[in-house]
Design a protein around this ligand. Sequence first.
Ligand code: Y39
Ligand code: FE
Ligand code: FE
Ligand code: FE
Length: 232
Amino acid sequence: MQQLVDQIEKIDFQSEIYKDAYSRINAIVIEGEQEAHENYITLAQLLPAQEKELIVLSKMESRHKKGFEACGRNLKVNPDLEFAKKFFLGLHDNFQAAAKEGKVVTCLLIQSLIIECFAIAAYNIYIPVADDFARKITEGVVKEEYSHLNFGEVWLQENFTKETKAELEEANRQNLPLVWKMLNQVADDAKVLAMEKDALVEDFMIQYGEALSNIGFTTRDIMRLSAYGLVA
Ligand code: Y39
Ligand code: FE
Ligand code: FE
Ligand code: FE
């Protein structure tokens, strides 16, 4: 705790090094919220019975995007959106390909489990080390991200069969290694913001493992699935 207090006191939110790192992390979050907005609209088309609920989630995502844009402006940072688009390309393409084939289970795994858990981990780790303005925004956002994760958990739990289980395993195999790659790509910038990679990995694994457990996977499955592709 004292360590955290010392660390926060040292953060200079207006230093060039902080603002440079923030230009990429802030852009990733803005782009991520935009993609999440679009993904929930696509999911609404794939799941007509949940259309209204999913449109509500998509609207939350655009509000999140506006909130994080305000965080960047507040620090006078220009988000590097070109970098962020490339950052999400792998997950973006896999989501699009799955949607085209009507693979709703894969789409839910990518957006409502993987991306939401990544967001929850990142926001939880960011909140204690954020500037006052961004902290208030992020606290409001993370509460809603839990409800997005919950949507995916409930749907996948209610539809858990041999077939959906197999599709989840395959989608996990294709997409989880991308998350570890993404995390490595931002580790240095995250560190400048006082967010440790180990803490991000740990929080992600806890959220993701809990989600898989709620859906119906065994502990043994979860161990195998949640560390898939994790190298360093
Ligand atoms: O569902 C959502 O709102 C998720 C899209 C938002 C993505 C957040 C991505 C966070 C990654 C940040 C990495 C910082 C270390
Ligand atoms: Fe969001
Ligand atoms: Fe979300
Ligand atoms: Fe989100």
